[in-house]
Unconditional design. Structure first.
Length: 537
């Protein structure tokens, strides 16, 4: 079996190390051949192969034909002309302070321009050097083209990887983020009057910050983020997964003791659910989740691997100060197309950042009213998002929320109730109406349970009524009843009178009844209890 890459985003390294490369070069050829779309942008969540694609474009425009042997672009045909390539990686800039940003960002620009052979002028700032480099490299490419009619250069190729990273990393300090945005915009502004010197500009990021000058200055920039023909350019389709990883998939299925069909269905539930175009319902797998899972092949099954590679600082910085508990992440309806972009940094929306960070994806699109329904992509993201929400709500870290969830699965009720009281005491929100509704308290409990892979049903409909929350796990079945300004005894009385446990008696797993009582004035959890359900009791 060919090796699986988990450590490099450099196309040359990947090809030379003979690792599996899921061939996306047909998309690259189509994109780079369209002279009408020579200035393009695409956003995708973290770890979706953006840096690898940028690196592959660099090799393509440098004429590195040997790296593309056997790939679609060689079969389809390409002219293999060489071009000067300016390659920026803005995720490497430090945002600890504005001074640190200025030093590291100018260093990135200087090194990237120097790599093309351009003689950097330290007496000028980085934006003017960038302008001079575009003109000088274009002039050289034209001269080379005249000397060699077979095609040495048609202009400068500019590749910008994670263009938004410095701004996204600073969202916990909006004035600093705005200052960084202004500094980066001065660089992008240099391309406005020099588009004639540019053969191809390809820019990637997580978010679309529309107030960055690259979007306002370049009127011909094409946003491919939701274009149908590029819906599956990033991520793996079911067909691509089978074609490239089948031996690894079958080996892992055997290790887990599952049939191949059951294994594939479970893997799809865990990692395949990302949809990036309104008119293309095809969903794709997260590449890093596939790579980490199949390189390790854990006997215990699937887990939230994406979160282990780090959470996006953009989202984490926003979560520190924003209430996200009002959203039903499984079904966010009536979302306009404009909601996906970020204009004013001071008016960030949770929906935009969650979508761009990969925690929400397109579930449906209604062309009649031109709006979207969003939802959580897959089980991996569901667990990670639930843990994040629970931790942020309690003003605690992710580990705290995860440990509280594990205590619940171990039936450690004293620890669970101490944690829940702390959790609700820190909630930065509350219902506005005079009469406090029980649903106002269910959301955070739902998130805590879902973070542990528990199957959670809110308002579980039964013949005799609706249980507030029923949670199912291999460890047991949990029936929660929440009361506001009423004693916890009334919760147990209602569970028994309405026979909420009856549908689960034949299941065989232990059934736990949990009552929670809240004070509407303080919105705190004031009383709680749990007891094992015994038939006939």
């Amino acid at each position: 079996m060919k090796k699986i890459n988990t450590g490099t985003s450099d196309f040359e390294d990947l090809i030379k190390s003979e690792c599996i490369y899921v061939d996306k070069t047909a998309y690259m050829r189509r994109l780079a051949s369209d002279k009408g779309n020579k200035v393009v942008f695409i956003s995708r969540p973290r770890r979706f192969g953006k840096s690898l694609t940028v690196s592959a474009f660099k090799a393509l425009f440098q004429g590195r034909r040997e790296l593309f042997r056997g790939l679609d672009i060689e079969r389809l045909g390409w002219n293999w002309q060489t071009h000067p390539v300016i390659h920026f990686r803005f995720s490497e800039a430090s945002t600890d302070s504005l001074d640190r940003f200025d030093k590291t960002f100018s260093g990135i620009v200087k090194n990237s321009l120097a790599a093309t052979g351009y003689e950097y002028d330290d007496k000028k700032d980085y934006s003017l050097n960038f302008a001079d480099a575009i003109e000088a490299l274009h002039a050289k490419s034209v001269k080379d083209h005249e000397a060699d009619p077979e095609g040495k250069g048609e202009g400068v190729v500019i590749l910008i990887d994670e263009y938004d990273a410095p701004v996204g990393h600073s969202l916990d300090d909006i004035p600093k983020a705005e200052a960084i945005r202004a500094r980066i915009s001065s660089l992008y502004a240099q391309m406005k009057d020099r588009t004639g010197c540019i053969r191809f500009l390809f820019m990637t990021g997580i978010s679309k910050f529309t107030k960055l000058s690259v979007f306002s200055a370049l009127s011909n920039i094409v946003d491919l983020s939701q274009r149908d023909e590029y819906a599956t350019m990033f991520g793996y389709t079911e067909e691509e997964l089978t074609a490239n990883f089948e031996e690894h998939l079958r080996e892992h299925a055997a290790i887990m003791g599952k049939s191949y069909e059951d294994y594939r269905a479970e893997m799809k539930r865990w990692y395949n659910g990302f949809r990036f175009a309104k008119n293309v319902p095809t969903t794709v797998y997260n590449p890093i989740s596939v790579a980490l899972t199949l390189s390790e092949k854990p006997a215990g099954g699937f887990s939230a691997t994406w979160a282990t590679t780090g959470r996006p600082s953009m989202l984490m910085n926003y979560l520190k100060r924003e209430d996200l508990l009002a959203l039903d992440y499984e079904k966010v309806e009536e979302v306009s197309g404009e909601a996906f972009d970020v204009a004013e940094l001071r008016n960030l929306t949770a929906i935009a950042l969650l979508y761009q960070s990969g925690y929400l994806t397109i579930k449906d699109y209604d062309p009649d009213v031109d709006d979207y329904t969003l939802g959580v992509p897959d089980e991996e993201v569901r667990r990670d998002l639930s843990t994040l929400v629970a931790g942020v709500a309690a003003e605690q870290d992710v580990a705290w929320a995860a440990n509280l969830g594990k205590s619940l699965l171990r039936f450690n009720w004293p620890k669970v109730f101490v944690g829940l009281k702390s959790l609700y005491a820190h909630l930065p929100y509350g219902p506005k109406e005079d009469d406090v509704q029980e649903f106002s308290y269910e959301r955070i409990l739902y998130s805590l349970l879902a973070s542990q892979g528990v199957e959670v049903v809110s308002e579980d409909r039964q013949s005799n009524g609706r249980a507030d929350i029923v949670a199912k796990h291999k460890k047991g079945i949990y029936i929660f009843e929440l009361k506001v300004d009423e004693p916890v005894d009334k919760a147990f009385k209602q569970i028994r009178e309405k026979k909420y446990a009856e549908p689960y008696l034949a299941d065989g797993r232990p059934i736990w009844l949990i009552g929670l009582s809240f004070d509407s004035k303080t919105r705190h959890l004031v009383d709680c209890a749990a007891e094992r359900f015994e038939k006939g009791a």
